[in-house]
Design a protein around this ligand. Sequence first.
Ligand SMILES: [Zn+2]
Length: 184
Amino acid sequence: MELRDHHLYPSRFCLSPNHDKRPDSDDVSLIVLHNMSLPPRIYGGHFIEDLFLNRLDAYAHPYFLGIAQLKVSSHLVIDRSGDVTQYVPFNLRAWHAGVSCFAGRARCNDFSIGIELEGSDEDAFTDIQYQILLPILQLLQQHYPKTAQHPIMGHEHIAPGRKSDPGPFFDWNRLQQVGLRCLN
Ligand SMILES: [Zn+2]
């Protein structure tokens, strides 16, 4: 695995239109972990990608009516099989965190990298997801050293009360076991 020109290799790349420039392109200083599944707790479909590409069929599932109009993205998605898709280059701003705050700084999208794990607050993540995630986190910290100065955060930590992911099934110990600092 390697990182060149703000892209992760080898991984599938599929540019989401839901991105823009960071206010300070040199300020990439936080990694935020998420979970999502569409529909919730249904795995393996194409609906996350559809959402990130603004082509989610609002009528394909009742849940989609409320979200199909959202303009969201993340830098990476790691699916249940450990396959990685990159939707936004790391130097650009993905739209994953929403209203959020880290260490007194609002708008975490400005300075963070967002990683979605296909999952939910009610299911364990797969072992292969951790096996893929951990070296990605280490690689990102090497390439964006400011991210190593802060603990790896969950969406639930930077938007408490509003967001609950990656949720109670995410095993933060597995990060700590390889020397990655996180909150828990
Ligand atoms: Zn999230």
